[in-house]
Design a protein around this ligand. Structure first.
Ligand code: TGC
Ligand code: FAD
Length: 392
């Protein structure tokens, strides 16, 4: 892998709109990615392994629970800071951002929002410090885009719950200490349960052979008559709205994160195009390559503005699910298109691990699918503007 020479594009001087705290948080994450992610990530992606040694660093830059209050171990930051941290981490690798997104928005958030005070005090500080790692089980083998059909269920056995079922495609599952599991009770109502590694009948086999998010561990969650203590139920909210509320937070982070991947591809392509000489001049001096690069920076700038405004709305508690969907969908598509164009700017070199572009491109194939597919987000916008859901 080439040395990390990344220079972040800021065509519309967005830095002027950030607070001092935003810039401090972002720059700390940026420096950490340069120092601790860029030098190792290609090797870990090539060998399809999650670099566990980065967990402490992620905790130090505030990537676990950025917006969770400090009294629970979080960083107590606002939503724009959260977005900027996700942007910087995904600039390094989408799989590393996945680990942070899951821990923050899909594990800490539901415990914070729907958990008891005892659950908050017990789990959140350890999750914020990376002492405990978590995962989130919503998707099942037969239910991906339509989680309301889930088959995983639990029964009240008097002094405990008995959990049965299976979850598939679960980020961090192979090494997570706890899982937030969404399951139906006897009357078909969805609840969240905290399932801990070591509970009898609970296993987490890893999914191998991925061509995407190779530096992130993905696996299953299998529940075979798992006895879950009653105090592990999240009592604050039930129904599909409970997991969907967590997804709002994670999708917001992805809307920012995808910008990071796009910025890295653009910056790499721009540098390469200025240096690569063909037909006696830099390829950057040709109209065709300028068209690619000019369109990339235009799309990145539009995505940055969208994310920034969404961050303001989220800080004010006004961001809707549909607004978040639109930003996730737009920004991930923007990033994947830029990755494909940037790859071409590098010619043959673009397919090698000497540069980050092909890894970003392959990662983004997962990002455009998880947290709601590209189609589902379009349908969410469609339902919002027409009032006529077309999911079925
Ligand atoms: P629908 O009828 O729309 O809603 C069911 C109930 O939920 C309520 N609700 C919400 N509540 C809070 N927050 C939200 N964002 C909410 N959205 C909906 C809604 O009011 C209703 O409540 P009630 O009381 O009336 O019952 O539900 P639907 O079954 O029609 O489904 C809608 C749809 C398709 C949009 C939804 O199911 C969906 O988003 N599907 C996509 C599934 C998905 O995104 N899965 C992600 C799994 S996690 C993951 O991918 C992690 S990757 C992590 C990483 O590595 O980064
Ligand atoms: P399906 O729902 O089967 O969709 C297949 C195709 O059909 C898609 O193109 C989809 O857009 C389309 N489609 C579906 N419904 C409609 C419709 N109504 N109209 C038109 N088209 C439709 N899940 C978790 O719970 N936790 C995790 O941590 C997690 N991590 C993941 C990590 C990775 C690497 C991946 C790839 C996935 C992860 N997921 C996770 C699962 C992810 O959320 C699902 O893959 C996603 O929601 C899509 O579900 P599916 O794969 O079953 O596809």
């Amino acid at each position: 892998m080439k040395p990390d020479l990344f220079e972040a594009p800021d065509y519309y001087n967005l830095d002027d709109l950030f607070t001092e705290e935003h810039l401090l948080v972002r720059d700390a994450a940026r420096q950490w990615v340069k120092r601790d992610i860029s030098p190792i990530i290609e090797e870990y992606a090539q060998k399809a392994e999650f670099p566990k040694q980065i967990i402490g660093g992620l905790a130090e830059i505030g990537a676990f629970g950025p917006y969770i209050p400090e009294e629970y171990g979080g960083a107590g930051l606002d939503q724009i800071s959260y977005g900027l941290i996700m942007q910087e981490i995904e600039r390094g690798d989408s799989g590393v951002r996945s680990t942070a997104s899951v821990q923050s928005s899909l594990v800490m958030y539901p415990i914070f929002q729907y958990g008891t005070e005892e659950q908050r005090k017990n789990y959140l500080p350890k999750l914020a410090g990376g002492e405990l790692m978590g995962c989130f089980g919503l998707t099942e083998p037969n239910h991906g885009s339509n989680p309301s059909g889930m088959e995983t269920k639990f029964k009240d056995m008097g002094d405990h719950f008995l959990l049965n079922g299976a979850k598939l495609w679960i980020s961090n599952s192979p090494f997570a200490d706890i899982a937030i599991v969404w399951a139906k009770n006897e009357v078909g109502r969805i609840h969240g349960l905290i399932v801990e590694r070591g509970m009898e009948g609970f296993s987490t086999p890893e999914t191998h052979g991925k061509w995407s998010l190779r530096a992130s561990a993905t696996g299953e969650l299998i529940f075979d008559n798992v006895k879950v203590p009653k105090e592990n139920l999240l009592p604050g909210k039930n129904g599909l709205g409970a997991p969907l509320g967590c997804l709002d937070s994670a999708r917001f982070g992805i809307a920012w994160g995808a910008i990071g991947a796009a910025m890295d591809c653009y910056d790499t392509a721009l540098r390469y195009a200025k240096e690569r000489i063909q037909f006696g001049k830099p390829i950057a001096a040709t109209q065709l390559q300028q068209k690619k690069l000019a369109e990339m920076i235009t799309e990145i700038t539009k995505a940055q503005l969208m994310a920034f405004r969404l961050g303001q709305l989220k800080n004010e508690g006004r961001a809707t699910t549909a607004q978040i969907s639109m930003a996730k969908r737009n920004n991930v598509e923007m990033a994947i298109k830029i990755a494909r164009e940037a790859r071409q700017v590098l010619g043959g070199m673009g397919i090698t691990g000497d540069y980050s572009i092909m890894r970003h491109m392959m990662n983004l194939e997962s990002v455009i699918t998880y947290e709601g597919t590209h189609d589902i987000h379009l349908l969410i916008t469609g339902a919002d503007i027409t009032g006529m859901p077309a999911f079925q």
